[in-house]
Structures are given as C-alpha cells and as structure tokens.
Design a protein around this ligand. Sequence first.
Ligand SMILES: [Zn+2]
Length: 109
Amino acid sequence: MTPSLLSDLRAALESKRAELRGPKREDIEITKWADPIDQSQADQLREQADGEANRVDGHLKAINEALARMKAGEYGICEECGEEIPEKRLRAVPWARRCVACQEEMEKR
Ligand SMILES: [Zn+2]
C-alpha cells in the first residue's frame, strides 16, 4: 500500500468518525425524549433510537479498530487469509477487515 493511499484512507476514516460522533447523536437524544404521543409510539421511538445508537457504536468501533491497525502497520490485510485487501474495497469500505471473498464466506456461515 502506498503512503498516499494510506493517508487518503486515514482521512476517510477520520471524517467518517467525526460524522458519526457529530450532531446526529444529539438528534437521537432529542427523539428519545420527545413528547410521547402515546406509550407504544414512545416505545417505538426509543427502540429506533437505541437501534441507531447501537449501529453507530458498532461503526465507530470498526473505524477505531481500523485506525489502530494503521498505527500498528497491520492495516489493509485480510484477517482471514492474510492477503492485501484491494484498494477498491478499502476506498469503498475503509474499515473493512476482510477481503470480499472472506467476507462473503463469513456471511454464508
Ligand atoms: Zn481474505
């Protein structure tokens, strides 16, 4: 992997992380405590907000792990087969931990 690709991907990860940590999280809190119209609707909103918060947490974790791998010099290597993950995939999914073949294999299991 070239240093310029690495720095592109680091920038992509950091901007995604900033986006995930951004004002959206406050929106979730506001949604959570919005005036309940009725109880079931309030529960539904809360569930949606929790689901969204979990999804964001998972995504942030994946991004932080990718940045940690960059620091350790292990970034861009498929954790299953040990091959380099292709640039195209990393540009699309900079926090990818596996190459497409291994990812598909894992999802089948
Ligand atoms: Zn692989």
